[in-house]
Design a protein around this ligand. Structure first.
Ligand code: PAF
Length: 278
């Protein structure tokens, strides 16, 4: 695997390659590695990036304590046959303060955007910049970050970028907890409590499949369940899969959630399988 910190060197290395790209912030786990394997199906040269993007963290968020595990990450990327790792430092990616910013449309201001103002601006800006540097023909994003995937898809569409965006399924621990770099913040007690988030989403999905359509009540009940167990939910929302707006009855649904367990903010989502044959 070639580890390349400089943009100019990366451009030389990738000239003429058909690239499938997986951007990450490092601290890689099995979920990331599954995205790397998936990328292999979409390009002859698999490129990963590791860059903890300050632009997408609010000043009070966890930028400074975000886990940085570069050597272990490199070993993992080698083990799944990644060809090139782009690993710029901040001076390389942001030599001047990044004043040109990508402002996502209004749907990025709800859900994650409501609780993390500016987050999707930071994500869209770095992803567009990484796309310009790497020039992939395809890029893989995990579905755990459901709204992020949607923001990236919409950016690619509206800015006519010639890049196929591929969704990677959420990898889960045996007890259902979605794999996330932030799981490493959890204490042992919190870690055993953490799968409740996914179980709560499953319970909402089952209720919908059993015929309940009172989504607001379902959301409130689910949040209450978490609160009873010492969580602080930001939101649990039943939404339309297509655009994350409030759903009509016939829409395909997804339940999205974000909740604090102690000092750790976890997010997850679950698409509701249709129970009718239609
Ligand atoms: O999902 C992430 O890890 C980040 O938001 C991304 C897409 C690498 C941009 O910094």
């Amino acid at each position: 695997m070639d580890i390349i910190p400089r943009i100019a060197d990366l451009r030389t290395r990738l000239a003429g390659e058909l690239v499938a790209f997986v951007p990450t912030m490092g601290n890689l786990h099995e979920g990331h590695l599954a995205l790397m394997r998936q990328a292999r199906e979409h390009g002859r040269c698999v490129v990963a990036s590791i860059f903890v993007n300050r632009l997408q963290f609010a000043p009070h968020e966890d930028f400074d304590r975000y886990p940085r595990t570069f050597e272990a990450d490199c070993d993992k990327l080698r083990s799944v046959g990644v060809d090139v790792l782009f690993a710029p430092d901040e001076k390389e990616l942001y030599p001047q303060p990044q004043a040109f910013l990508v402002e996502p449309p209004a749907f990025a201001n709800m859900l994650e955007g409501e609780f993390r103002p500016g987050f999707f601006r930071g994500v869209a800006t770095v992803v567009l910049k990484l796309f310009n540097i790497v020039q992939p023909q395809a890029a893989v994003f995990g579905q755990k970050d459901y709204q992020q995937l949607m923001v990236v898809r919409e950016m690619v569409k509206q800015l006519a970028l010639p890049i196929r965006i591929v969704a990677g399924q959420t990898a889960r621990a045996d007890d259902g907890l979605a794999l996330s770099s932030r799981n490493g913040y959890l204490s042992a007690t919190e870690r055993s409590e953490a799968p409740r988030l996914y179980r709560t989403l499953q319970a909402v999905a089952q209720a919908i499949q059993a015929g309940r359509h009172d989504f607001a009540t379902l959301e409130a009940e689910a949040m209450e369940k978490l609160v009873e167990n010492q969580w602080k939910p930001d939101y649990i929302a039943v939404r339309n899969q297509a655009d994350l707006q409030l759903p009509a009855l016939t829409d395909r649904l997804v339940i999205v959630a974000a909740a604090w367990l102690g000092k750790t903010r976890l997010i997850d989502n679950l698409e509701v399988a249709r129970s009718d044959p239609a």
